[in-house]
Design a protein around this ligand. Structure first.
Ligand SMILES: [Cu+2]
Length: 95
């Protein structure tokens, strides 16, 4: 009985808070740029999926917001030499 409960708790943790965000990336010029960014984003703990497109200049990241924050995603892009920004309508602001 206890094992079942633990499994249930574990599952809710694993499935928690999956989010998707679109990040505008500045400075990408060739497919290698998109690959570099994608690779570094995927390396971050909490990132489930990362798609980077050169033609739109955008990165779509699926992540677990219990494990990683938006600013850490932007940092991962900056680390490899690009500038990422999140459109304001995507962020939930409380005023
Ligand atoms: Cu490049």
């Amino acid at each position: 009985m206890k094992t079942v409960l633990w499994l249930f708790l574990l599952c809710t943790m694993v499935w928690s808070q999956e989010q998707q965000i679109e990040i505008t990336v500045e400075g990408m010029t060739c497919p290698l740029c998109t690959m570099t960014i994608k690779k570094n984003l995927k390396k971050q703990p909490g990132v489930i999926q990362a798609k980077v497109r050169l033609n739109t200049g955008k990165a779509t990241v699926t992540y677990d917001d219990a494990r990683i924050e938006t600013r850490q995603l932007l940092k991962a892009i900056e680390e490899v030499g690009y500038k990422g920004s999140v459109e304001t309508n995507m962020t939930k602001e409380k005023r």
